[in-house]
Design a protein around this ligand. Structure first.
Ligand code: DQA
Length: 150
């Protein structure tokens, strides 16, 4: 039997994790975070497909392609969080649970990071827990899906 698929999306500049502002984002690489997400998903009988892109349109297309194919979406939209209404609209057309994820706590940072255009269409947000956020996000997704062991 095929296992439910969770689409994990990583927005701009997250490819630089590990090198980029380690005091804010930690020293783990995106590859490390994806491995954490996959391990947690596996524990719940879920599979993870991951895409990182620096392009807004690619995220929109990936969200469209998830319709009817993926059970849930976990998304760290990077700076797109704060202004990319096209991502808001694409997510609004996705039927399953959506978890917004951030390594840092944007609300404790510059005022322009306090707005999320993704939050209104997300089931919930996990922010400020650093690398542990990937495990928490997949655990929350499993619970929303009523997956095994959740
Ligand atoms: C981020 C927070 C955003 O404000 C920022 O632009 C990022 C990363 C986070 O994971 O903490 O690129 O989404």
């Amino acid at each position: 039997m095929t296992r439910p698929l969770v689409l994990l999306l990583s927005g701009p500049n997250l490819n630089l994790l590990g090198e980029r502002e380690p005091d804010v984002y930690g020293t783990a690489t995106l590859e490390d975070h994806v491995a954490t997400a996959r391990a947690e998903a596996d524990r719940h009988g879920l599979d993870v497909e991951h895409l990182q892109t620096n392009h807004e349109g690619e995220l929109v297309e990936a969200i469209h392609a998830a319709r009817g194919r993926c059970a849930a979406i976990v998304i760290n939209p990077g700076a797109f969080t704060h202004y990319a209404w096209s991502i808001h609209d694409a997510l609004a057309a996705f039927a399953g649970p959506i978890v917004e994820l951030h390594l840092s706590n944007p609300h404790a940072r510059e005022p322009w990071r306090h707005t999320s255009v993704v939050a209104p269409v997300a089931s919930g947000t996990i922010a400020g827990f650093g690398a542990d956020g990937y495990r928490l996000a997949l655990d929350a997704t499993a619970k929303l899906l009523g997956a095994d062991g959740a």
